[in-house]
Design a protein around this ligand. Structure first.
Ligand code: GSH
Length: 302
């Protein structure tokens, strides 16, 4: 990928996938599984934040220095020009399983977002898809429009299909592939293969959708050559619109696209070469990585 991409977020390159979280008595579970006690300094650091008078403006993003799901939310906050500050949890100290954090996310994972702007009550949201939806709906209500979302029900449904696909079918499969490749206690080649194949299948779906968008765009904008493209006499790659941005829904970037960026950034670690295998996905990712809001978020500039 280009320099902009390779310079961004050294932390994200060290993406860490941890063990599943127990739901019963999470703190004890953590201690018995890992033979570690929660670090009292970490606990009090979080306790202090959550107990001190809450800020009355902006948002607090609870994340981790190498969590693609956390950076995903930073990107949306940044695109929406919302003020936010970030608390980075230390997974090695088990901060994601402290009672203070579980009170805002019972699933004990990042990201979580605290909205301090609501006059009546402080709102906390968890699950990256739910957080994204909350933020864009809020923007739409506040300003009457939100370019990375839509006020049209049909378009919303198209955007949401991609968002749900990303949160349920894309990142979990990459997460599992990374886990079996780097962190599992024993080598299980069939598991690595199963999850890597599934990630490739998911990228095939994205590649096809983007290629269809590209073809439609070229036929529309490059009308004088459309007949030649249709007859197969000229390859689409010769069109001057071959590198023109295309988006999953409509003719502008939306959360349907932006939710994929951070994970696209780490798939080379499971042996997937987007540039060689999924060229439309690669061009699409590069377009998003050039956006000032995306660059700001990935650099950790709030
Ligand atoms: N479905 C969740 C997944 C969140 C998730 O898995 N977060 C990872 C970091 S990207 C995490 O918190 N891992 C810590 C752990 O597993 O203990 C979402 O989209 O928010």
């Amino acid at each position: 990928m280009n320099n902009t991409i390779s310079n961004l977020s050294a932390g994200l390159r060290n993406v860490r996938i941890s063990q599943p979280v127990s739901h019963s008595d999470i703190q004890n579970e953590y201690e018995s599984q890992t033979n570690q006690t929660l670090d009292s300094e970490s606990v009090s650091r979080l306790k202090e934040f959550f107990s001190q008078g809450a800020p009355n403006e902006g948002y607090t993003l609870v994340s981790h220095r190498s969590a693609p799901n956390g950076f995903k939310i930073a990107i949306i906050l940044s695109e929406l020009e919302y003020n936010y500050s970030t608390i980075l949890l230390d997974f090695n100290k088990g901060e994601q399983r402290t009672p203070e954090f579980l009170a805002i996310n019972p699933n004990g994972r990042v990201p979580a977002l605290i909205d301090h702007t609501n006059q009546d009550q402080q709102v906390s949201i968890w699950e990256s898809g739910a957080i994204i939806l909350y933020l864009v709906e809020k923007k739409l209500k506040e300003e009457g429009s939100c370019s990375i979302w839509s006020d049209n029900l049909v378009e919303q449904s198209h955007i949401l299909s991609w968002l749900f696909f990303q949160t349920s079918g894309h990142s979990p499969m990459i997460g599992q592939a990374l886990h079996f490749k780097y962190f599992h206690s024993s080598n299980v080649p069939s598991a690595i293969e199963r999850y890597t194949d599934e990630v490739r299948r998911v990228y095939g779906v994205l590649e096809m959708a983007l290629a269809e968008r590209r073809e439609a765009l070229i036929m529309e904008l490059d009308a004088e050559n459309a007949a030649s493209y249709s007859a197969g006499l000229t390859p689409l790659s010769q069109s001057r619109y071959f590198d023109h941005p295309v988006w999953l829904v409509g003719d502008r970037v939306t959360i349907a696209d932006l939710c994929f960026v951070t994970w696209n950034y780490v798939v080379d670690r499971i042996g997937i070469d987007l540039k060689a295998e999924f060229p439309e996905v690669y061009k699409w990712t590069k377009q998003m990585m050039r956006r000032p809001a995306v660059i700001r978020a990935l650099k950790g500039n709030e």
